[in-house]
Design a protein around this ligand. Structure first.
Ligand SMILES: Nc1ncnc2c1ncn2[C@@H]1O[C@H](COP(=O)(O)OP(=O)(O)O)[C@@H](O)[C@H]1O
Ligand SMILES: Cc1ncc(COP(=O)(O)O)c(C=O)c1O
Length: 260
């Protein structure tokens, strides 16, 4: 068993598996203690024809965090954030990051800047500048998909060179490790993941090719980020093994399970 405790701030859905529903059990299976704060509570993910539910605001996050703090329960080794439903909540997440880092200077913050996919945003556009200016500068690891990496960096990714340029821009924004979970570089059967890490002034970069299943999956990015958290904890100096762990093993198992 590890002594790892994760505070996971992301969505809850009643039906299906995205956000906290998709990461809690896998993290627990891998020996991580998980405390979940739900940024929204929706009937189902936003890709359905409709969804119903509630979006938490800053004050509600503040209240939950204050409760943890008042009981000295805010002891975490990792913070994981994903789908956030509104601007005020995301600004409050910044206060939580700063407070958790004050309490544990070694806290690892893993941020999935969930905003959209395939050219379309599924959160309010006001979240973008907050990620760029306030959240990413505090992140140890970020895991955007191709669309999110492009939105955040302003660089269109259509080759390994432009992926590198986008990741360098995101490093300059403050993220120590950048992982582009998947990108479509024009090959119909292949998705390409990229990773880049800066430590002591040196940058190490990796590229992983994956066989594309001709379907669209929701929630795979959330699970991907959680597994990156685990594998970077186990292999802090080996980005390759961390990304490959998910792409070669977890994703196939998870996706085939969904398909079957
Ligand atoms: N169509 C697919 N075929 C194969 N693997 C996929 C597919 N969609 C997602 N994955 C796996 O899930 C991971 C995360 O998915 P991705 O689509 O990049 O994230 P997001 O859900 O945030 O857009 C990818 O790195 C890949 O391993
Ligand atoms: C409520 C909710 N949470 C999380 C996500 C993120 O899913 P993914 O892991 O595919 O980025 C979505 C995407 O539609 C969503 O609707």
């Amino acid at each position: 068993m590890s002594n790892c405790r994760v505070l996971s701030i992301q969505s809850h859905v009643v039906s299906g598996y995205v956000g906290n529903k998709s990461v809690t059990f896998p993290l627990q299976l891998l020996g991580f203690e998980v405390d979940a704060i739900n940024s929204v509570q929706f009937s189902n993910h936003t890709g359905y024809p409709c969804f119903k539910g509630q979006v938490l605001e800053a004050a509600q996050l503040g209240e939950l965090y204050e409760g943890l703090k008042a009981n000295d329960l805010n002891n975490y080794t990792h913070l994981l954030t994903g789908y956030i439903g509104c601007e005020s909540f995301l600004r409050k997440v910044k206060d939580v990051i700063l407070d958790l880092k004050k309490k544990n200077p070694n806290l690892v913050y893993v941020c999935d800047p969930v905003m959209g996919d395939n050219g379309e945003m599924y959160v309010a556009k006001e979240l973008l500048p907050i990620y760029q200016q306030e959240i990413i500068p505090l992140a140890d690891v970020i895991t955007p998909n191709q669309f999110e990496a492009e939105m955040l960096s302003g660089v269109t990714i259509d080759s390994a060179e432009t992926a590198k340029e986008a990741m360098e821009t995101l490093h300059k924004m403050g993220a120590k490790t950048v992982i582009v979970s998947s990108s479509d570089l024009g090959e119909p059967d292949i998705l390409v993941g990229f990773g880049s890490s800066v430590a002591n002034g040196n940058t190490s970069a990796i590229k992983v090719e994956m066989t594309r299943i001709p379907m669209y999956f929701t929630g795979s990015g959330d699970l991907f980020t959680a597994m990156i958290l685990v594998w970077l904890h186990r292999h802090p100096d080996n980005l390759q093994v961390s990304v490959q762990y998910y792409t070669s093993f977890y994703s196939l198992q998870h996706l085939l399970h969904l398909v079957c």
